[in-house]
Design a protein around this ligand. Structure first.
Ligand SMILES: [Zn+2]
Length: 94
């Protein structure tokens, strides 16, 4: 037995193991649902949202200029009647 300590083999890092860092896929926070305006007031151009819970006889007024635009039933008619004082607005990706 010799007193010489046994040499440890030198560990080589020729091929260091690749550390795989799991990529955290960050999801962008979902934007809050924007109010969708299906209609625009003809007199002033303000967006109008028609509550689907409204009855057909409910009078729709412009929230901006208070003009009477028609009834909820008018808004649902296809095609919209000529008396309706609102223009349909295309929904994006509806
Ligand atoms: Zn208006």
């Amino acid at each position: 037995m010799s007193d010489e300590p046994k040499r440890r083999p030198i560990l080589s890092l020729k091929n260091p193991p690749k550390v795989v860092v799991p990529e955290v896929v960050k999801k962008p926070p979902e934007p809050p649902p924007a109010p969708q305006f299906d209609w625009k007031c003809k007199p002033c151009g303000a967006g109008i949202f028609i509550d689907e819970a409204l009855g057909d006889e409910a009078v729709i007024r412009c929230p901006s200029c208070n003009a009477k635009l028609g009834t909820a039933g008018d808004f649902r008619a296809e095609p919209p009647p000529a008396r309706l004082r609102a223009r349909p607005v295309k929904r994006p990706n509806a």
